[in-house]
Design a protein around this ligand. Structure first.
Ligand code: GTP
Length: 601
């Protein structure tokens, strides 16, 4: 063991720019995985990840590299999730490294996410190596991409190397550059010999319990030690430590500079908080590693089984998902419209999507997800502060003094042609405020906005992609809570309030959105024997109204079936759910109507 010969690095890349392929090539060139296993890409193992081309969980790998200088280096490659919802996890993974490879697809150019992650790396004082990938592609444009990298993150054009992760060209040079320019962990070590280790990720294993992914900054750890997790001051006895080579491989100990795993009989993944510091019970450090943050859901939505009898199944499935996903939160809730279900908290929209998809795929549970909501902070006239995650629980407008909503900094990278459309989307359609614009290379501009997160979470991403023909990319980051003129709009069906249909909207758009919603509802609710008024109500008055005419005797109600796309079992469950009508007063409302808001915004 010689810490001078260790290199801890991370690869920063936008989705599909070739990170997985590069790691596979490195594993192959250093004979770290048997041929047989190379058939499948090694890094992305979850089925969903593969299909959606996104990395959800980071898995480190350790390789041994025989360098041209005659030394054998131990290189730990720490994979980072590539999406904005997981920014905090990315920052903690980067904190475990001394260097980062910034990998950019030469046929795509720099994307917003790449820039954000590079800034995170700079904040963590990492040595950054700029690399252009896919130079084997005929339509690649390495020179322009190099200029973009130079403009956006300031790396010298001469220092940016080119490679093809697919053919392997340039990969040897990259490895040489890593061992030459990335500092050894000795640079970050302290003179202190007390154990200080960073938790940068954790996973749950059925047999072993929680497996902590860690980077040791000082001291050492071995089997039998009693460790202390500093955030919550809990203690555990270590039953195994080891490295990722790339599968778990037990070792005698882990010492300063090393990356590895710890198993210590931890049952609940919430106990192993990403960003927390581990020390020894017997000889504890008193200084935690910097940067610890408790992860907090940004987006909430109701999750319902559609059919009451699947409630238990849904609960069990959520509990299973939660084993491996500390960021997911859920509490039971009951809504008069949807029945029994759960209020779930997510890190962001992608996280929400992943949970929904996994419930369908891995557990075959069809779920109904209500419109997502941010967390509003309200100051009541009584002086009390209240956090609201569910619009139907929003206090009435007359009892509220002030409302605050979360804002994000939004960066968009786009070819200049689409700038006008994007300005329009962000400022007119959404409530964003334009801040500045800058150039990146000759074909790209970077737009900066500040925008309410509520406006981002509906369909911003899809609209941005549509109006830029897929060329624009975005990234956002929470900044703060701001006072806002929001109001609660209540929907009345046949003069009765339907709580589950209430929503929060900005004053300036209250009328327009209400209009759309009452119209949509009158399409979705079937005719009855009597006329049904649908009204939107706010600040003591009706602001929009539409009417469902009474049923004429000769009209037969029609039932439409959906497309048959999913597995039969799932389909049947969904069908049962669709048929279900909720009786509100004397009116039957189909479940679809409760999701109307999702479709409007
Ligand atoms: P994530 O799933 O977000 O981690 O994507 P990724 O960055 O790991 O991308 P991945 O390695 O899955 O590569 C995306 C696509 O680009 C795949 O179809 C690869 O075969 C292809 N690809 C990667 N590197 C190269 C390269 O150097 N040349 C060519 N022609 N194709 C490449």
């Amino acid at each position: 063991y010689n810490p001078e010969l260790i290199r801890n690095i991370s690869i920063i890349a936008h989705i599909d720019h070739g990170k997985t392929t590069l790691v596979d090539r490195i594993l192959e060139m250093t004979h770290s995985v048997e041929e047989r296993k190379m058939k499948e890409q090694f890094m992305d193992s979850m089925e969903l990840e593969r299909e959606r081309g996104i990395t959800i969980k980071s898995k480190p790998v350790k390789i041994y590299y025989d360098s041209d200088d005659g030394n054998t280096y131990e290189i730990n490659i720490i994979d980072t999730p590539g999406h904005v919802d997981f920014t905090y996890e990315v920052s903690r993974s980067l904190a475990a490294c001394e260097g980062a490879v910034l990998l950019v697809d030469a046929s795509q150019g720099v994307e917003a996410q790449t820039v954000t992650n590079t800034y995170l790396a700079l904040e963590n004082d990492l040595e950054i190596i700029g690399v252009i990938n896919k130079i084997d592609l005929p339509n690649s444009n390495p020179e322009e991409t190099i200029l973009e990298i130079n403009d956006l993150v300031g790396i010298d054009t001469d220092d940016i190397s080119k490679l093809s992760a697919k053919t392997g060209e340039g990969v040897h040079d990259l490895l040489e550059k890593i061992v030459r320019t990335v500092p050894s962990p000795v640079s970050k070590g302290s003179s202190d010999d007390k154990l200080k280790a960073l938790i940068f990720d954790a996973e749950y294993d059925k047999y072993k319990g929680v497996i902590i992914y860690t980077r040791i900054f000082s001291g050492s750890i071995k089997k039998g030690d009693t460790i202390k997790l500093m955030a919550k001051d809990t203690s555990y006895e270590v039953s195994e430590v080891g490295i990722f080579h790339p599968e778990l491989q037990e070792t005698e100990d882990l010492t300063a500079g090393e990356v590895g795993y710890i198993i210590a009989g931890i049952k609940d993944i919430e106990e192993a908080n990403v960003g927390d510091t581990i020390t020894l019970q017997s000889n504890p450090t008193d200084k935690r590693l910097p940067g610890y943050k408790e992860s907090k859901p940004m987006v909430y939505a109701g999750l319902y089984p559609g059919v009451p009898k699947y409630y238990e199944e849904l609960r069990k499935a959520l509990e299973k998902l939660k084993l491996n996903d500390a960021a997911l939160t859920f509490t039971a809730e009951h809504s008069p419209a949807m029945g029994f279900g759960f209020r779930c908290g997510f890190l962001g929209l992608l996280h929400m999507d992943i949970v929904r998809e996994r419930l369908q795929r891995e557990f075959e549970i069809a779920v109904i997800l209500t419109a997502p909501s941010v967390v509003y902070k309200t100051k009541l006239k009584s002086g009390e502060m209240l956090e609201v995650t569910n619009p139907s629980e929003f206090p009435s407008n007359d009892s509220i003094d002030e409302i605050y909503e979360p804002y994000a900094k939004l960066d968009i990278i786009t070819p200049p042609d689409y700038m006008g459309n994007l300005m329009n989307l962000s400022q007119v359609e959404k409530r964003g405020e334009f801040k500045s614009v800058s150039n990146a290379g000759k074909d790209r501009v970077v737009l900066h906005f500040e925008i309410p997160i509520a406006d981002l979470i509906f369909d911003y991403f899809d609209k941005m992609k549509a109006i830029s023909r897929g060329y624009a990319s975005m990234d956002y980051e929470y900044i703060d809570y701001r006072k806002s003129n929001l109001e609660k709009i209540t929907i009345l069906v046949n003069k009765e309030t339907v709580d589950a249909l209430s929503f929060i909207e900005h004053e300036s758009k209250a009328y327009e959105t209400s209009r759309k919603i009452v119209d949509k509802l009158s399409d979705l609710i079937p005719k009855h024997q009597f006329e049904i008024p649908i009204q939107a109500y706010s600040h003591g008055k009706i602001i929009a109204r539409s009417t469902i005419k009474a049923l004429r005797k000769d009209v037969l109600a029609k039932c439409y079936g959906g497309d048959i796309t999913r597995k039969m079992k799932l389909l049947n469950k969904q069908k049962e759910g669709k048929k279900k009508m909720r009786e509100i007063g004397s009116v039957s409302i189909p479940q679809d109507a409760f999701l109307a808001i999702l479709k409007i915004n």
